[in-house]
Each structure stands twice: as structure tokens, then as C-alpha cells.
Design a protein around this ligand. Sequence first.
Ligand code: HEM
Length: 146
Amino acid sequence: AFSEAEVQRARGAWEKMYANAEDNGTTVLVRMFTEHPDTKSYFTHFKGMGTAEEMEQSDQVRSHGKRVLTTINDLVQHLDSTDAFLGIVNPLGKKHAVQLKVDPKNFRIICDIILQLMEEKYGGDCKASFEKVTNEICIRLNNAYK
Ligand code: HEM
């Protein structure tokens, strides 16, 4: 569970990242695809998955990047309610496990890229304030595979 102080800190950090949701979400996905090329195998139906420059311009990558960050934003708004948090993250985990068949090791990979980008753009304190949130998201998404 998150203390009131942790919730406020995490929200403050996340606001910076979410203010540029589409650009930051796109950067996260493009880094995942270039640093861990096996992750591209889940997105063969996306157009423009060649070079990093192409991916950055791809409407599908851009809208999916925004969608991932929008979902994290929903979770951040519900850190103070375990029921509401699980109500979002459990079905999302099931979808990735059962339907999309994503290897769950990739959740840690994308979360680490998110934290790295937060540190680069907004500083170490921003990253530190959000680590507990990404941990919680990874644990809950992994639970859907059990
Ligand atoms: C779809 C969120 C990690 C692969 C989705 C959707 C959301 C989402 C909201 C749309 C679900 C729907 O249609 O109902 C997230 C979040 C993640 C995460 C919050 C972690 C923080 C990953 C990872 C991979 C992945 C690590 C693979 C490496 C996919 C794929 C789709 C999808 C292939 C379907 C895309 C499409 O066809 O439009 N994700 N995801 N996701 N996700 Fe994730």
C-alpha cells in the first residue's frame, strides 16, 4: 500500500512525464523496440517498424505509446484505492497473458525504460518518486500469469 505522502510524491513526478504523454510514450516504445528487438515480434501488424526514425513517425507507435501512458495515468489516479487499482491492472494483465501472450519479463524492461526517461528528463528525484509505482505495476501484471 502507498502512504499519503508516497501517493502525492508519485503523482507529482508522474505529472511531468504525462504532460508530454504522446512524445514520452513514443520514446519509451521506440527505445524498447531498438534496445530489445525481440519485443517487435508482438507488433508485426504495426506499420513503420524499420528504423528508429520511422518508428518515431509511425501513427500506430505514437498512439500506442500514448495509450500505455494514459493507462499508467489511470493507475496513478488510483494508488490510494487497492480495489480500483486492481480493477484496472488485473484485466490488463490477463489480456497481455492470455490474448497477447507477451513474455512477462518485458514488463520490467518497459518499466525500467520509463524510469530511465523520467530520470533523464526530470531528474533523479522524479525517478525515485516513481519506482514504487512501477514495481507495483510489474508485480500485478506478472500475477496475471500465475
Ligand atoms: C495492448 C498497456 C506492456 C504488448 C495494450 C493496451 C494497453 C496496454 C492499455 C490496449 C489493451 C486493449 O486493447 O484492451 C500496457 C502497459 C504496459 C504494457 C500499461 C506496461 C507498463 C507491454 C509490453 C508489451 C506489450 C512490455 C510487449 C513487449 C502489447 C501489444 C498490445 C498491447 C502487442 C496490442 C497492441 C495493438 O494491437 O494495438 N497494452 N502494456 N505491452 N500491449 Fe501492452
